[in-house]
Ligand binder design. Structure first.
Ligand code: SF4
Length: 178
């Protein structure tokens, strides 16, 4: 189930990186996942991705991962400042991955950790993607957190909207097979 918590200092609900990614990807998926309809864990595609991720960066994650619920960063590196690193199996949703990393940067900065930026690793394609962070990004992240709260306050999930990602989504049958 997606995790949320109330920050006593600012009285704001914070979310996991997965929830932020799903907000940008599909609001129905965000709702289903957050309400505990955890079909993601049964998805072979998701499991395959996790296995690849674990083998690709197992050592780094064990040594240098950062976990402060609800945020779990794959690993941090210090090179001209602190940099967030995230490992992804597929580069087909790079924009969504970028928002997830921007959320981690926003979260860590808010805790007083001076994060310079982020890097997303795509071990399957031997590529990396640099992630920067601007004041406008901070504003958009805060807007997204408000959007997540609004989606999760609904008694019903948003209706399904068929897009090119649906075929690979663990909720496909739930959304489209009658
Ligand atoms: S199948 Fe499509 S509409 Fe349904 S949750 Fe997944 S991405 Fe969203």
């Amino acid at each position: 189930m997606g995790k949320m918590r109330l920050s006593s200092s600012e009285n704001r609900v914070l979310f996991t990186g997965t929830q932020v990614a799903y907000y940008f990807l599909c609001k129905r998926k965000l709702w289903l996942f957050s309400k505990g309809l955890g079909m993601e864990k049964n998805s072979e595609l998701v499991n395959l991705g996790k296995v690849i991720d674990e083998f690709a960066f197992e050592r780094e994650k064990k040594r240098e991962g950062y976990s402060d619920e609800p945020v779990r960063v794959d690993f941090l590196r210090v090179r001209d400042g602190i940099v967030v690193h995230e490992v992804k199996k597929s580069s087909s949703m790079e924009e969504v991955h970028e928002w997830q990393v921007k959320y981690y940067i926003w979260y860590l900065r808010r805790k007083g950790i001076s994060v310079r930026g982020g890097v997303i690793h795509y071990p399957r394609s031997f590529r990396t993607r640099e992630v920067s962070f601007s004041p406008e990004d901070a504003r958009l992240i805060e807007e997204a957190l408000g959007g997540i709260r609004e989606v999760l306050s609904r008694p019903q999930p948003p209706p399904p909207r068929r897009t090119k990602i649906c075929r690979k989504c663990a909720y496909f049958e739930f959304c489209f097979v009658k």
